[in-house]
Design a protein around this ligand. Structure first.
Ligand code: PGA
Length: 251
């Protein structure tokens, strides 16, 4: 099945409003005419509105890097789905390994965030991935299965159709160490098989699974050529207009 490629840039905790404006402006230019793929930028919360304004007439969408499941209230430090939407976001990254590892977000909290995003019609980019220790002790598939089953608990088929998955091996994030295309393909195929078991085969066939972890201009083409890799979630290389432009123009 042919799935529409999706390239997303996760800016993490980088870029002031002014810097975000200029990076988004450059990406807007080099994304013109890309009709056969989707492009998303995920700036920090503070720059979402500005970036969305820059991209208003382009095909590039804006994502947040996290979301709360509540509509409003006493949740200091959190941002609601409606707030994100009103700022111009249409998607949100959920369960990124930095949220899991540094801020101790567990599968249960990530599941709540998934439900919050879906309830308010933000497209979730749901991240999973194993650590180096887990890979070396042969626990990769076990860990990914647990993250998928717990993170997607209670998600209905109709909602799953709106969800994007991202496989990001923790040992490959920001380390310059990419999973080989074979390693990534093996895991993506496993994830797709599990989604077929948990939901339906046609959902598994249509769900987009992104790869993330040191995606760069010089490895994007071979990763994107794998049958089960439908896109990339890019960190470091998304902060530089030239390299991100090359990535979104993958061949
Ligand atoms: P990286 O980050 O491309 O810098 O490895 C990817 C991510 O964390 O989404």
């Amino acid at each position: 099945m042919k799935r529409r490629p999706l390239l997303a840039g996760n800016w993490k905790m980088h870029k002031t409003v002014l810097e975000a404006y200029s990076l988004a402006t450059e990406i807007e230019k080099c994304s013109a005419g890309l009709e056969d793929r989707d492009v998303i930028l995920a700036p920090p919360f503070t720059a979402i509105h500005e970036v969305a304004k820059v991209l208003k007439d382009s095909c590039v969408e804006v994502a947040a890097q996290n979301v709360c499941w509540e509509e409003q209230g006493a949740f200091t430090g959190e941002i609601s789905p409606e707030m994100l939407k009103s700022a111009g976001a249409t998607a949100v990254i959920i369960g990124h390994s930095e949220r899991r590892q540094i801020f101790h977000e567990d599968n249960e909290i990530i599941n709540k965030r998934m439900k919050g995003a879906l309830k308010f019609d933000l497209m979730p980019i749901f991240c999973i991935g194993e650590t180096l220790e887990e890979r070396e002790s042969d626990k990769t598939f076990e860990v990914l299965e647990e993250q998928l089953r717990k993170g997607l608990t209670g998600i209905r088929s109709l909602e799953m159709k709106k969800t994007v998955l991202a496989y990001e091996p923790v040992w490959a994030i920001g380390t310059g160490k990419t999973a080989t295309k074979e390693q990534a393909q093996e895991v993506h195929a496993f994830i797709r098989k599990l989604i077929a078991e948990m939901f339906e085969k046609d959902i598994a066939d249509s769900v987009r699974i992104l790869y993330g972890g040191s995606v760069k201009p010089d490895n994007v083409d071979e990763l994107m050529a794998q049958p089960d890799i439908d896109g990339a979630l890019v960190g470091g290389a998304a902060l530089d207009a030239e390299s991100f432009c090359r990535i979104i123009n993958f061949i």
